[in-house]
Ligand binder design. Sequence first.
Ligand code: GLY
Ligand code: MN
Ligand code: MN
Length: 461
Amino acid sequence: MFKSEVYIRRREELHKKIKSGIALFIGNIEASMNYPDNTYHFRQDSDFLYYFGLDMPGFTGYMDFDSGKDKIFGNDVDMDDIIWMGPQPTIKELALKCGISDTAPVNKLEDAVRDALSKKRKIHFLPPYRGETKMTLGKLLKENPCQMKTNASVDLIKAVISMRSIKEKVEIDEIEKAVDIAYEMHVTAMKMCKQGVREQDIFGMIEGIALAKGGGTSFPIILSTNGQTLHNHSHGNILSKGKMMVTDAGAETNLHYASDITRTTPVGGRFNEKQKNIYEIVLKANTEAIKATKPGMSNRDLHFMACTILTTELKALGLMKGDVDEAVAAGAHALFMPHGLGHMMGLDVHDMEALGENFIGYNEEVKRSEQFGTAFLRFALPYKPGHVFTVEPGCYFIPELIDKWKAEGKFKEFINYTKLDGYMSIGGIRIEDNVLITEKGHKLLGKPIPKTIKEVESVCS
Ligand code: GLY
Ligand code: MN
Ligand code: MN
């Protein structure tokens, strides 16, 4: 974890933002896989990590906004635990690491919450996303566990988002480390991208790199020659000539900061003409969008800029037609790019998404579009220095979607359906990088990962 000052400072800031009541930060517990003691890899709750840093199961962070005091609830291990887990630090010792001297066993939490309830104090908590946390909160607050998400504190959500959105130097350093791990993962995947190799071989190899160099992957790896399926988590294909492999994979550092990088590689390492044509379009959207990233520019503006590049270039290639601005305004480009340009990144790869996407990326003035494609944009607001974003344009040939729109005659004034047949083997191409918004512009995070045609072909050879 970071030095205790980091967590002390963060909690002090939160105390200034929330004036009264108490807050409960329920840390995660172990999650069973197929029987109670066989558990998934433990992942601490990101908000708990942000304010308390302790990376073990079974803790609750407690903040009292009236008295200004913080407390950790958790149990010391007993002899049985020591036999199975080895000696462990005491709760007192652990709490001091995040600058808290007041601790109590978990069974005292119920008393503390009962006391707050009896005094009708506001109890702030964030929307839970795990069943166990919903049950814990429901039991403590004597409310229906299924209501815990809707009853979460909007004031606390907004305060936490305002803090976690702006990355500190120590966090940016961590994210850069995570990108550097992704560098190793992606270069390895490119080198292995050869005819006859199984997707699973590459998947396993790069997952291993994430585990060897950090805290594992920041989300389940997407690696497939069926890249037209945006989040394809099956790795059952054998690579064959003429296909392209989409690898969307990132790592977590040991402190759980994420990277999220996508590269698309032709099987065998050499692009054919059609692959080159589409790849250059996506690359242009990626590099031009990154170039334009600066404070004040909104992620929605940047999204439409990338969509306009995509549409202009697809028109030049003959796959689209008509007026480019009209096509983009109508949403015709979404046939090829049905997702948003990017999202925030930090302790979560889709940062803070558990707190509610609309709280993060939208507000009273900026509402989410209902148009197909644009509706998936996770963040529409202006960038601020300290934001970390992904920039991830793509171009996909999704047979089911193309067939549907073609049959409906949808956007036939903007799409040359007959020309698409020759491009179906491409599947999908996505190129994703991670960018920090600085005072004057932006910084591409981490060691640059090969992405021009020349660079990719050179790595593959
Ligand atoms: N890794 C999923 C995404 O790019 O958002
Ligand atoms: Mn990604
Ligand atoms: Mn992403």
